[in-house]
Unconditional design. Sequence first.
Length: 293
Amino acid sequence: MPCSAITLSLATIASIIAVALLAIAFATDNWVYIEVKRSNIQDYLSSNPNVQNEALVDSVNTKYYYYTRTKGLFRICFPKERPPTVKTYLSPVETHCTNINYFIPDENNETKDFTDDAWTRLHMGRSTIALFILSFLTVLAAFFTGVTGCWRRSPSNITATAILMLLACLLSAGAMGLWHAVEFYEKEKVVGEEYYQQWNSILQEYTTTSYDWSFVLAWLGVMFSLCSSFLFVFGACCLGSEKEREQLNNVQYIMPVYPQKQQYAYAGYAVPPPQAYPAPYYTTGSTYGPYNY
């Protein structure tokens, strides 16, 4: 089997896997798992009445960040208890979720009191979504150039596909980088009461955060995109060398054509041996030549 066929097949499989992983990660809500040990918090408040106050108890029972949840790019979901004051709906995987607000548009001017750090976090969150969408559009363009290149056996089209897949990889990797920057701001900067820096010390103590499977799929999708790009480059090189070998093989079958010496006869008389110039050709009824009647 030719080298190009194997390499292009592997590149196609890698690109399909990359798109599937990125699409699943993009659409699901299990990037971060935030476990809040509510029973421990309630026990602590019960055993320490001096720290128990009405505002804290009210927050424990109403604020969503006092509940165990998973967080994605678009939704916050509650796999266990649900906060009674938050309006939720069933996601496609039958989990009660609420949407993350990116304030597009900000109809009620809710961002007027945002700090600079809060604005930075918001812009980076929006950019994360935008870069993922651009990476999907780039993969779509790579699909068309790849199909054309395989159909026409064109190294240039396959090279363009490799460049587009590399661009998709960079865009998705940039989106992941911005997502990590958003995570950093949510933990280390003052960007809202629902984030770590403004949590009550009791909540900070009894909350654990870990990456979930959607996050893992996203990074695997980035790596498969990079592998696909390299494989398309190797496929283009293999295809180019195979076409050169085919052209060399075709040249060997081209036979040289030499002029042939022919003899002409008229009325039973043989023409003399070939000369430097061919003898004049006479036809019946010609007005020239010795046989004009």
